[in-house]
Design a protein around this ligand. Structure first.
Ligand SMILES: Cc1ncc(COP(=O)(O)O)c(C=O)c1O
Length: 454
């Protein structure tokens, strides 16, 4: 019997048991003969009251919507920004706005130092071996496209296969479909089970020597499912495939260590982790990034340009053509400082507690169907449908109570097709949300049911 221990935070193998862990579930899966033990890292010292103090850091949380205090539960779409981030960007524009990497004057040197220092801190945040492996992109979507168009074009062709999953965000489906239609490989999908987990029973058929890359989501933005990265990475390694992890919904919410996960690429967006829009990250293993051709051509990504041809710059600049999002890079640096100060362990525990509480409360509402696995195995979001009420109507009614949730397909149509629904409503939590806000959500949903079902 092969025993695998997963911890929802670190997800690496072999895991060391800590006394602060609670074993939440033990289950067999049908992938070979393997005993899977799912654990949660719940330190004994979680201080729930810390949230009251943190809320003061977010100016927007004090505003009213329709005359009542805002309850912001659309964090999987984008999070609010703390003063530290707003001020870091403001400071750049007020005191040292300048282009970077080129100028030999004080402002340019200050801006370059601030931008590159942010890159260093972001590398440390995910434990990347070097900041040279942190490529700035516009967002996670652009980072996935970068890999598809550079690594994919250079390494894929007819007869090859790319494996993704049925629970991907469109950002990890459409780039592969476009490329497949252009160069002709086969795109395959790991299906999902009714409980919203990956169905790994057919993995041996889906992941074969033809598979060149396995690209999958760490935490589903609809189901909240936390996928078994270690298991999937080991299976990909066994057939010689690369692994790309879409960490858009994990890096903002739990400690993520790229060296422990041992994936080849990892992507995330700044705006989902207290940072600004317009900045995202592609992390890659150095030798793979070195071997990849550039993405876009232009200034900064070159070492030398002659009329006959050009030579490329070193990492990470080879992939960063043109003037980058300077203020946004500096803002994301301030965001990771902020998250570090709050503590990623605390954030994960807080969100997990909120999502479990929300799950328990709203599960009792008449006609509700919650998508995804049970509270022990999910990250800080809950998607659901209510019988007879369109998710857009749910969202519109909740808005009257100042509650912002998401309604629609959340850029993950295949999941909704799987459940034979067009859309769902989603409440997603972050470090500044409270139990009282979950109570307001529950009360507003009960009111919506009353209004519609009378
Ligand atoms: C799992 C997942 N992947 C990718 C994305 C795309 O992020 P962005 O729009 O910032 O590129 C999102 C955004 O919701 C997401 O939730």
């Amino acid at each position: 019997m092969d025993v695998w221990v997963y911890n929802t935070q670190s997800l690496h193998r072999p895991a060391r048991f800590s006394e602060t862990w609670q074993v939440s579930e033990i289950r067999y899966i049908e992938y070979g003969t393997r005993l899977e033990i799912m654990t949660l890292n719940l330190a004994a010292t979680y201080d729930e009251t810390k949230v009251d103090e943190l809320r003061n850091d977010f100016p927007v949380l004090s505003r009213l919507v329709h005359g009542v205090p805002l309850v912001y539960l659309d964090n999987a779409a984008t999070t609010q920004k703390p003063l530290a981030v707003i001020e870091a960007m403001d400071q750049y524009y007020r005191s040292y706005n300048s282009n970077i990497h080129r100028g030999v004057h004080t402002l340019s040197e200050e801006a370059t130092a601030a931008y590159e220092d942010a890159r260093r801190r972001i590398a440390q945040f995910i434990n990347a071996p070097s900041e040279k492996q942190i490529v700035f992109t516009r967002n996670a979507t652009e980072a996935i496209n970068l890999v598809a168009y550079t690594w994919g074009r250079a390494n894929l062709g007819p007869g090859d296969e790319v494996l993704i999953t049925e629970m991907e965000h469109h950002g990890n489906i459409v780039p592969w479909q476009i490329l497949r239609d252009q160069i002709g490989f086969t795109l395959r999908y790991i299906p999902i089970t009714e409980e919203g987990r990956l169905d790994l029973s057919q993995l041996d058929d889906l992941l074969t020597e033809r598979t060149k890359i396995l690209s999958f989501v760490h935490v589903s933005n609809v189901l909240g499912t936390i996928n078994p990265v270690a298991q999937l990475t080991a299976a990909a390694r066994a057939v010689g495939a690369l692994v790309m992890l879409d960490a858009s919904q994990s890096v903002p919410h739990m400690p993520v260590d790229v060296q422990a996960l041992d994936v080849d690429f990892l992507v995330f967006s700044g705006h989902k982790m207290c940072g600004p829009t317009g900045i995202g990250v592609l992390y890659g293993k150095r030798e793979i990034l070195e071997a990849m051709p550039p993405f876009m051509g232009g200034g900064d990504m070159i070492r030398e340009v002659k009329m006959s041809g050009s030579r490329w710059n070193t990492l990470p600049y080879k992939f960063e053509a043109g003037t980058p999002a300077i203020a946004e890079g500096i803002g994301l640096g301030a965001a990771v400082d902020y998250l570090n100060a709050v503590g990623m362990d605390w954030i994960w525990q807080h969100e997990h507690a909120l999502a479990a509480y929300a799950h328990e409360q709203i599960a009792q509402i008449e006609g509700i169907r919650i998508l995804g696995p049970g509270p022990e195995e999910r990250a800080g979001l809950v998607s659901f449908t209510l019988d007879g009420i369109h998710p857009h109507d749910i969202s519109a009614i909740l808005d009257q109570s100042g509650i912002a949730i998401r309604a629609g397909h959340h850029c993950a149509q295949p999941i909704h097709t799987h459940y034979d629904i067009a859309a769902s409503a989603r409440a997603s939590f972050y470090l500044y949300n409270t139990k009282e806000e979950v109570d307001k959500l529950t009360a507003a949903l009960e009111k919506a049911v009353e209004i519609f079902l009378i």
